[in-house]
Each structure stands twice: as C-alpha cells, then as structure tokens.
Design a protein around this ligand. Sequence first.
Ligand code: CAA
Length: 240
Amino acid sequence: MSRIALVTGGSRGIGAAISKALKAGGYTVAATFSSNDQKAEEFTEETGIKTYRWDVADYDACASGISKIESDLGFIDVLVNNAGITRDAPFHKMTRDQWTDVMRTNLDGVFNMTHPIWPGMRNRKFGRIINISSINGQKGQFAQTNYSAAKAGDIGFTKALAQEGARAGITVNAICPGYIATEMVMAVPEKIRDSIVAQIPVGRLGQASEIARCVMFLASDEASFITGTTLTANGGQYMV
Ligand code: CAA
C-alpha cells in the first residue's frame, strides 16, 4: 500500500512541485490550500491530486481537515509544512497585522498541522515531518523581521521535535530554500530581484523542482538516520 503524504500550500509554487514529485514517487498525496479555489481546481484536474481548503493558522480547522483526509485516504505518513506567506516592510513601517499574519501562518501553522498528526505517527512508529523554512530564516532579510523570525522559529521547532520523535521512528527535518522562481519571489520588485540574483553564485533563481527533490530524499527510507537537520538549497547564496 502506498504511503500517504500531506503538503500544505500544496497546489501552488514550491508546494505544487512537492505534491507532484511525491505523487510521481508513488505516494498518495493530499494538498491543502487557503483561498484560491480556481487554482486548486485546475491543479486537481491537471494532476489528479486531491485538494482541501483550510487556513493553517486555524488550529481547529487543521484538526478537522486532517481527520477528513485520514478518513478519505488513510493515516498520514509524511507531512510537508510548506504553507507560507510574506508581508514585507521595513520594521519602522511594519504593522502589528503584518507581524501577526506571518507568525500565525508560518510558525503557528507548523504547530497546528503537526500537533494533530503527531500522536498517530508515534503509535504507528513511523513518520516524516519536513518543514519548509527559508534562507531568510538563516541569514535574516531586510524588510522581513516577521518572516525571518518565523522561519528561524521553524528551524528551532524542527530540532526540538526531532529529539522527541527519534525513538518513535519519526524524523523531523527542515529545508531552507533560497530564492526560487515562484510567484512569491517574482512579486519582489525587479530591480531588487536582479540584485538578489547577483548574490547567488550559481547565477540564477532556483527551480521549485530542485526543492521537491530535497523533500523526496528526506521522505525516503534511505534518510532514516537523518533527523533534526537543515538542508540548505540556495545556489550558494548563504553557506552554513
Ligand atoms: N539593505 C539595505 N537597505 C535596503 C535594502 C537592503 N536589502 N532593501 C531596501 N533598502 C533600502 C532602500 O534603498 C530604501 O532606502 P532609502 O529610503 O534611503 O532610499 C529603503 O530601504 C526602503 O525604503 P522604502 O520606504 O522604499 O521601503 P518600502 O516601504 O517601499 O518597502 C520593500 C520596500 C517592500 C521592502 C522592498 O524593498 C522589497 O520588496 N524588498 C525585498 C525584500 C525581500 O527580499 N523579500 C523576500 C521575498 S521572497 C521570500 O521571502 C521567499 C524566500 O523564502 C526567499
């Protein structure tokens, strides 16, 4: 029987590439999305991957959405916490809403999704939790105190939970993508984007499929001795 994988924010951007790669690798995949029904429908039509709508910032919605997926497809073996947003502003202009929205989605969302799934993984003695953090959680980024704090928080969460899951056959790892050619990065003003690309030794933005490959490795049985790690995929922009 195929393993079940759940990808948050899994119908667009890096998440869509991850969902497709997992499906191609033989997993049964469910993808969540928060608002764009039309994009999600198109994604399901194109890929055959079921999509479910809820906001990862809402704990109760996560708990009931996960139960629904488990009754539709079976218990979740692989959770990819990918859903994330940006609300960029220099700190002196940042509003409380910009701070809170990013923390609730990018950090609380990881708790909200992982917490209801964790007891089942412990009982079944197998699980893969893969948290999509960011280069900007490692190095900080001008105009992203909110995003950098949340993404750095995801790395701390990963390292702590990895210690708790180790004896139960659950690995917990983070991936830190650099600047990947998705809508999120293409929304950065062109002049600034060009200056970012100039800082990337490989000389280009990354592809979403290059992050999906990292997920496939960490999800596999071959990665069972790797836990609590941060896999950095950023074209050499920041070396840790
Ligand atoms: N370092 C130092 N100074 C910088 C800077 C930087 N990296 N970027 C901008 N500045 C300066 C500008 O030169 C400008 O200075 P002056 O006032 O002296 O001209 C000032 O900061 C910007 O002030 P503005 O009032 O113009 O700022 P704004 O309110 O218009 O906001 C911005 C501009 C939205 C922050 C814009 O600079 C921006 O989008 N920056 C990109 C931030 C970024 O890289 N975000 C990453 C998004 S992708 C992502 O997050 C995915 C991932 O995981 C990698």
